[in-house]
Design a protein around this ligand. Structure first.
Ligand SMILES: *Cc1c(COP(=O)(O)O)cnc(C)c1O
Length: 388
């Protein structure tokens, strides 16, 4: 019955596209143990180094003592704990929105928002390089799915002007996960005003990292863009925040609509309350530990300067996502493999995740790194680029 599967898997293997999971034995940190060996890792989204923070570990334990382990039910039945509710209020206040809603994951938040806000008679406008979860969300919504070239607002505006759709929803990563560049948020909001559209902004990689006190991409200068009622803000909590989950922040009518009709919110068990309890501490650390963002900024400068003379070029990015463009998939794989043999983990990202011919190393920096870690990566890449 499933005989076709083996053949498909064989082809995938032959094309060098088989994905494998490596088993990590240590906590997420700048150094991880994989298969008994210690590696310097540039492969996590733990941008602030909070995933293994003692205060968060303690807060999870405290939360479990107070609330138990499992939520035991969905939010609308009786799984909505005081810890969840407190976190939602804190997340709304921190990001500057009137209300917020906790989701289990960013993937579920995106599918919940897009399917609740757009349907058959509507249109969803999406940047070509958006995260897969936004694409899946758009397809699930059955709205007309209109994609525009990466950051190309001229094309986006033409498509907005041409549409007959009832409701218009623009969806975009705030920080693009494979490029590290930042969406032109004020201009996107201006287009929403002009064409009576809404903007779903996915800040998975900006929350905690960008803006004053890490309050996210909407707080970037020149002016905070947070006050537009047209913005639906989504941030994940398993990256810079170091824990798990996601939240959506928006106007009360939007949040109420999600509670009433976002299926990925309604038909699933609430996350363990202990995680929400820990996330309150995470929000505090994000807000107060300015040194983590300062250290990250120094790492970014050090890496850019250190790699200037390489034949491979970093894509223009001022975020902790620093992609090194290699070109061919086999070359990117080889560089990643040789680094690994030297005890350094940097993932190679290949098509179809990125466009053909743009295979790259995705270097992720973290406040958990030390300057000597960055120096070691720079040295290793120079040695690799100049074969002896
Ligand atoms: C990681 C990520 C998500 C998914 O978030 P999870 O909480 O891991 O499900 C969504 N959007 C973007 C841009 C991401 O990078």
């Amino acid at each position: 019955m499933f005989s076709g599967l083996a053949e498909q898997l064989r082809v995938r293997e032959q094309q060098g596209l088989r994905r494998i999971r490596q088993i990590v034995d240590s906590p997420q940190a700048s150094h991880v143990t994989v298969g008994g060996r210690d590696y310097l890792a540039f492969s996590s989204n733990d941008y602030l180094g909070l995933a293994n923070h003692p205060a968060l570990i303690q807060a999870v334990c405290e939360g479990a003592q107070r609330y138990g382990v499992g939520a035991g039910a969905s939010h609308l039945v009786n799984g909505h704990s005081a810890a969840h509710h407190q976190f939602e209020e804190a997340a709304a206040a921190f990001t500057g929105f009137p209300q917020a809603l906790l989701f289990s994951t960013g993937y579920m938040a995106n599918t919940g928002v897009v399917t609740a806000l757009a349907g058959r008679d509507d249109a969803v406008f999406a940047d070509k390089l958006n995260h897969a979860s936004l694409n899946d969300a758009a397809m699930l919504s059955r709205a007309k799915f209109v994609r525009y070239p990466h950051l190309n607002l001229v094309v986006l505006e033409k498509r907005l002007a041409a549409t007959q759709a009832r409701r218009k929803l623009i969806i975009s990563d705030a920080v693009f996960s494979m490029e590290g560049d930042i969406a032109p948020i004020p201009q996107l909001i201006a287009l929403c005003e002009r064409y009576d559209a809404m903007l779903l902004l996915d800040d998975a990689h900006g929350f905690g990292v960008l803006g004053r006190q890490g309050r996210g991409s909407l707080h970037l200068p020149p002016a905070p863009a947070v006050h537009s009622p047209r913005v639906v803000y989504m941030a994940t909590l398993g990256k810079a925040a170091g824990v798990f989950g996601a939240f959506v922040a928006a106007q009360p009518d939007v949040i109420e609509t999600l509670i009433q009709s976002a299926r990925s919110y309604i038909y699933t068990t609430a996350t363990p309350p202990s995680l929400s309890h820990a996330l309150l501490t995470s929000l505090q650390l994000i807000g107060q530990d300015e040194w983590r963002r300062e250290l990250l900024a120094q790492h970014i400068v050090q890496l850019k300067q250190g790699l200037q003379a390489l034949p491979w070029k970093l894509l223009p990015s001022d975020t902790p996502i620093q992609p090194l463009l290699i070109g061919a998939s086999v070359d990117a794989m080889r560089v990643s493999q040789v680094l690994r043999e030297r005890g350094i983990l940097v993932p190679a990202i290949r098509p179809p995740t990125v466009p053909q011919g743009t295979a790259r190393l995705r270097i992720s920096l973290s406040a958990a790194h030390q300057p000597q870690d960055i120096a070691r990566l720079i040295d290793a890449l120079h040695e690799l680029a100049t074969p002896s």
